[in-house]
Design a binder for this molecule. Structure first.
Ligand SMILES: NC(=O)c1ccc[n+]([C@@H]2O[C@H](COP(=O)([O-])OP(=O)(O)OC[C@H]3O[C@@H](n4cnc5c(N)ncnc54)[C@H](O)[C@@H]3O)[C@@H](O)[C@H]2O)c1
Ligand SMILES: [Zn+2]
Length: 290
C-alpha cells in the first residue's frame, strides 16, 4: 500500500498526462503494482508490460489483473486494466536467480495441469531444456501466453473459465499469507504446493486417480519445487489458521467454498460446493505428515 502511494505520487509529480504511457519493467510484483497505479492515476493511463521473470512472462503480464495485497489477504485491492502491449524478451530470463526461475515454472506446469495434458507430458520430458534456455523455453512461454490469452479473451472478468487459472492458488495463497509474503515462500512455490494439494484432495474425493496426483507431485519435486507440506521451511500454521486464511481468500458462499479441483491431469474444473470441514480434515492430516 505504501509503495502504491509512492508510485502514484511519483507519476503525478512527473506531471503524467492521460495520453502518457506507463511501462512496467520487472517481475510480477512490479507489473501488478505499476498496472494498478496506471489504472488509478488520472482515472486510467495506458500501460505496457515488459515482464522480466518467467512467472511474469507466462502469466501475470497477460490478462489485465493488477493489484496489491491487503493485510487481510493476497490481491484484495486491485483492478482489471489491460496493458496495451506485452513485450516478453526471453533473453532477460538468463539473469534470474535459479530459485526465482523455478518458482515461475510452477505457473508453466499449471497450464498443463489445468487444461493441456499433452503439454504437461511434454514438460515432464523437456523441463531441463526449459530451464537451460534452449528453444524449449521459448516454446513453453509461447504455449502459456497463447493459452492464457485465449482464456482471458473468452472470460475477461472471471465469471467462468478464467477461474481455472487459480488452480493451486486457494491452498497456495493460504501458505503464502502464513509466510507473510516473505522470501520464505515465493508465490510460485506456494502455487506448486497448492497444486499438489489440489490433486491430492481431488484424489481423496474420488474425482481423480491417486496415480495422477502422484505424477504431479513427482514432477514438481523433480524440478525442485515444494510438493509436500514438509518441503516448507520454518513453522507452518495449524489447520484452523489455514482455514481462516482460506476463508478470507475465497468468499464462503452459504457455508461452502469454491475450489478448482481436477478429474486428472489437464482437466481442472470449478467446484463451487466444497465443504470446509472436509478441507480442514485434509489439511490437518497433511500437516501431521510433517
Ligand atoms: N496479475 C496476475 O494475473 C498474476 C498472475 C500470477 C502471479 N501474479 C503475482 O506475481 C507476483 C510474483 O511475480 P514474480 O515471481 O515475477 O516475483 P517478483 O516480481 O517478486 O520477482 C522475483 C525477483 O526477481 C527479480 N528479478 C526480476 N526480473 C529479473 C531479471 N530479469 N533478472 C534478475 N532478477 C530479476 C526481482 O527483483 C525479484 O527480486 C506475485 O505477487 C503474484 O501474486 C500476478
Ligand atoms: Zn499465480
Amino acid at each position: 500500500m505504501a509503495m502504491f502511494e509512492t508510485v502514484c505520487e511519483g507519476l503525478i509529480a512527473q506531471r503524467v498526462e492521460r495520453n502518457d504511457l506507463v511501462v512496467a519493467l520487472g517481475g510480477g510484483v512490479v507489473g501488478d503494482l505499476a498496472g494498478f497505479a496506471a489504472s488509478a492515476v488520472r482515472r486510467g493511463l495506458d500501460f505496457v508490460q515488459v515482464p522480466t521473470t518467467l512467472l511474469a512472462q507466462v502469466d501475470s503480464s497477460v490478462g489485465g489483473k493488477t493489484g496489491i495485497n491487503s493485510r487481510h489477504g493476497k490481491n484484495l485491492i486491485g483492478a482489471f486494466h489491460q496493458p496495451v502491449l506485452v513485450i516478453a524478451d526471453t533473453a532477460l530470463l538468463d539473469s534470474l536467480p535459479p530459485r526465482v526461475f523455478r518458482a515461475g515454472y510452477a505457473e508453466v506446469a499449471k497450464f498443463g495441469l489445468l487444461g493441456d495434458a499433452a503439454f504437461f507430458s511434454w514438460l515432464e520430458a523437456n523441463w531441463q531444456d526449459v530451464f537451460s534456455g534452449a528453444p524449449a523455453r521459448e516454446h513453453a512461454i509461447a504455449v502459456c501466453c497463447r493459452g492464457k490469452a485465449g482464456i482471458v479473451a473468452r472470460d475477461e472478468r472471471e465469471t467462468g473459465e478464467r477461474a481455472l487459472l487459480n488452480l493451486g492458488h486457494t491452498f497456495g495463497h493460504a501458505f503464502e499469507a502464513a509466510a507473510g509474503y516473505s522470501d520464505r515462500l515465493m508465490h510460485g512455490e506456494a502455487v506448486a504446493l497448492g497444486m499438489a494439494l489440489a490433486f491430492e484432495f481431488s484424489a481423496r474425493k474420488g474425482l481423480a486417480a491417486a496415480a495422477e496426483a502422484e505424477r504431479v507431485s513427482r514432477h514438481l519435486a523433480a524440478v525442485g519445487l515444494p510438493a509436500h507440506v514438509r518441503d516448507i521451511a520454518g513453522t507452518v500454521p495449524d489447520a484452523d489458521h489455514l482455514m481462516d486464511l482460506i476463508a478470507q481468500d475465497k468468499k464462503v458462499k452459504r457455508g461452502k467454498l469454491t475450489f478448482i479441483l481436477v478429474r486428472g491431469i489437464g482437466s481442472a474444473f470449478v467446484a463451487p460446493d466444497v465443504d470446509p470441514a472436509e478441507v480442514r480434515v485434509f489439511l490437518a492430516e497433511k500437516l501431521n505428515e510433517r
